[in-house]
Structure formats: C-alpha cells, structure tokens
Design a protein around this ligand. Structure first.
Ligand code: EPU
Length: 416
C-alpha cells in the first residue's frame, strides 16, 4: 500500500491483536542459517522486512514456508554465495547475516547497508569486534567481504550497548572455538529472544538480557524453535494512537513486561491501564496531558522507535513537552510534517519542544521512514478533517497492516 487516507477525530474503541516482534524476528531469521535444520518460528510478523530477509536467506538455499502465522525454514542443505539484495529493498538488518554466515561458512559477501534516513548507521563496531575473533575484512567501499578460517572466542567490551553488534557477536560466537564474553551488551528483549532460539537449537548462551553475556562455543547446532513475543513498538504505537483520540482499547498480546517505561507515561498523559494475561487494556476519557521531559535510551529506557509516535501524540496534549533523542541523529524528520497540521514544535539540536495545541488539522503529508510514518498516522487519527499520507510503503516494513488494525478499533482509515 502506497498511500493512506484518514478521517480523524474518531475515538478508538475495541480490541486488536498485536503482531509478533519485528526486531526479534529479523536476527532469528538470519540465525537459521547458522544451524542446519528445520526451524519453527511461531507468531512471525508478515511484514515487508521479514519478506526481504526471507528473499536473502533463500539465495543461500534455505527453503521457507508459512502455515498461518508460523514460519518454517529448512537450512539443512545450503549453497553459500554472495547475498544479493533487490535494490529497492535494501535493508539495514541484512547486517545480521555477517555473524550467521561467518559462523556457518567462514565467509560472507554482503551489500554494504550504508546510512539511512534516521541518521548515520555505521558498522564500525561490527567490523572491529568480529576482527577480534579472527575475521579478515577485504577493503571495499561497496560490499562487505569477510573470511575466517576458524572463529575464536574472546572477550569483547562494547563501547555502547548496540543491539545489532551484540546480536552479530552472539551468532559469530555460537560455533566458535572456546568461550566468548560480551561485556556491556545490549539488554533489549530481542536479544533474549535470539538467545532463546539459539539455545533451543543447541547453543550454550547465558546472561541474555543482562549486560554480560557468555557464549560457550559448541560443535554443532540442530533444529530450533521459538514463539515470538508481541511487538512492543507496534503495541506502543497503537497505545499512543488511543491516547490522542481518546476511547478504550484492548491490545491483545501486547508484551506489557517489555513496556515498563511507556505504561507510566500513558498514566501521566491521562490514560488508565490494566495489565492482564490477555494484554494491555487502555482507556483515556480525561484531558490529554503533556510529558515535561522524555529521553530516548537503551532498554529498559524509553525506546527511540517510539519517539516519533510519542511526539505526534503530544501535539495536542495540554502543556509543554520536551523529548531528547540520544540514539539516532536524524529522528525528528516528522516535525515539519506535524507543523503542516498546526503543531507547535521547536527543535534545537537533539531536543524537541512541543507546545500542545487545541487541535491538529488534516493535511497532505509524506512518510519518509517507518516509525515516522506510523507517527503521521497517529497525528491523522487525532486531527480534525482528512489526512492523506503518501509514500506509506515504509510503514509496511514494520506494521503488518496498520489500516486493518486501526479499522478494527473503529478508525476511519483506508490504505491503497
Ligand atoms: N552504532 C555505531 N556503530 C556500529 C553500530 C551502531 O556507531 O557499528 C551506533 C548507531 O549509529 C546508533 C547506536 O549505535 O547511534 C545504536 O544502534 P544499534 O546498533 O543499537 O541499532 P541497530 O541494531 O542498528 C536496532 C533496531 C532499531 C532500533 C535500534 C535501537 C533492528 C532490526 N533494528 O538497530 O529498530 O532503533 O536497535 O534500539 O533490530 C526500527 O525498528 O524502526 C528500528 C530502527
């Protein structure tokens, strides 16, 4: 779907099922290449990024098929070669294939992921830390070509708890000789899911979800399986949509234990929540209130991936809100779009100041990236009148069907 139309001002009510986690799924799909086996990934989201990753792993001979929401991947008989991406689909997370391919075949030839619209996305730490395990990188500005005769476990002290670097090192270490220790590792729930999957396939990893992870190399891996948790960012996006429109929703399967920073913020904004085994009940009947200060941080801090959705929801909140972005350099690109709707936002360096306005007005907007695009949908739902959002393909990288989901909650939203 390339464009979305919204008639705003309708409170959200009802229940919707939250899809499986994108950022847990992607590294796990890469990890299936490490282990020759028949892998089962339950509750896998059917999103564009998953389809891109499946295209990539099929170039290596993986056989994939779906049964409902469950994905099956057979990686017993692979024929390794260059990982060629479709030009339009070039995806940042192909970087995870570094660790997986080096672990299984000792070589990798991959398109350079480059930067992206949310800021520079360097791969220097991926390279320097894999270097420490014995990997040799050929000098090329267009492709990453690397080889290793035997991966050797060692101690890594990360300069920053990067999610991708932690995931790549874990994958490289699983079949390496000896023990690998990652100090200052990322603690995101997606790391826990990756390790759960790899351990189910015979890996020996402890400490996932903590800052020190220990991986003891094993000889061989076998079939792996996992049930992916609900996507905490999708659940957060729909929760913030309900905050701007008002109403009451049940976000079925929302991973509430992974949303510990957002939930108190929903209360501060005027929402009421109930956390049950079913998911997250949320309603807002009172005035929407500003949040004086939010900073994006690594887990368990407030996630950068919800920064734009939060900004959109705060546009009509009473009072002044401030958001400081500390993870990515260029994640305020939606501010000019929100201003077209009447928002009062002022950006200085990495901090956005949002003065709540009485109402937003529908406008013609363009989605430049995934989370920013979803944030524009939130703004459109909260605005008076009609909003048209162009270039919505980005949104489908991470949201299965945002129009279907929000329509189930009563929104007047159409995509084509
Ligand atoms: N960084 C470097 N050098 C490196 C690697 C990272 O300087 O070699 C910097 C980045 O530029 C950034 C910071 O480290 O400033 C954090 O990046 P990180 O490596 O943690 O991010 P990532 O692994 O590339 C994943 C998610 C992102 C999410 C971030 C932060 C996936 C597929 N992507 O990216 O998700 O924002 O962690 O939580 O897991 C999204 O879903 O919209 C999304 C962008």
């Amino acid at each position: 779907m390339k464009q979305i139309f919204i008639r705003g001002g309708v409170p959200l009510n009802g229940q919707v099922r939250i899809q499986g986690s994108k950022n847990a799924a992607l590294p796990i799909l890469a990890a299936t290449l490490l282990a020759g086996g028949e892998h089962e990934i339950k509750n896998c989201p059917k999103i564009a990024d998953v389809y891109y990753m499946l295209d990539l792993i099929r170039t290596q001979g993986a056989v994939t098929y779906w049964k409902g929401r469950n994905l099956y991947i057979n990686t017993r008989h692979l024929t390794p070669g260059p990982l060629e991406e479709k030009k339009e689909g070039t995806m940042r997370s192909s970087i995870f294939l570094l660790g997986a391919m080096l672990g299984r075949f000792g070589e990798v030839d991959l398109e350079y992921p480059g930067g992206c619209v949310i800021g520079d996305r360097p791969v220097n730490w991926h390279i320097s830390h894999l270097n420490k395990m014995g990997v040799f990188f050929c000098d090329s500005s267009e492709r990453i070509r690397a080889k290793v005769s035997k991966l050797i476990g060692c101690e890594h002290v990360l300069p920053f708890p990067s999610v991708g670097v932690t995931e790549n090192l874990i994958m490289a270490a699983v079949l390496a000789e000896g023990t690998t220790v990652i100090k200052g590792a990322a603690m995101e729930p997606e790391i826990v899911s990756l390790c759960e999957f790899l351990n189910s396939a015979g890996a020996d990893i402890s400490g996932a979800g903590k800052s020190d992870i220990i991986i003891r190399g094993v000889e061989k891996l076998h079939d792996g399986k996992i049930i992916l948790p609900g996507d905490r960012i999708v659940a957060g996006t729909y929760a913030l949509a309900c905050m701007i429109t008002g109403g009451g929703v049940l976000l079925e399967g929302a991973p509430t234990t992974q949303m510990t920073r957002l939930i108190p913020m929903l209360h501060a904004m005027g929402g009421h929540t109930l956390l049950t085994e079913e998911g997250l009940y949320l309603h807002r009947r009172e005035e929407l209130c500003a949040i004086p200060y939010t900073v994006t941080e690594v887990y368990p801090g407030f996630p950068t991936d919800l920064q734009s959705p939060l900004m959109a929801a705060l546009c009509t909140a009473k009072g002044e809100s401030t958001i400081e972005e500390r993870i990515f350099g260029n994640r305020f690109r939606i501010a000019p779009e929100l201003k077209k709707m009447g928002a009062d936002i002022f950006i200085r360096e990495n901090t956005a100041h949002i003065r709540g306005v009485e109402r937003l007005y529908g406008a013609t907007l363009t989605a430049e990236e995934l989370r920013g695009g979803a944030a524009l949908v939130i703004a459109g739902l909260g605005a008076s009148g009609e909003t048209y959002i162009a270039k919505c393909g980005h949104i489908y990288r991470g949201y299965e069907n945002i129009c279907r989901d929000l329509s189930e909650l009563g929104a007047r939203i159409y995509g084509e």
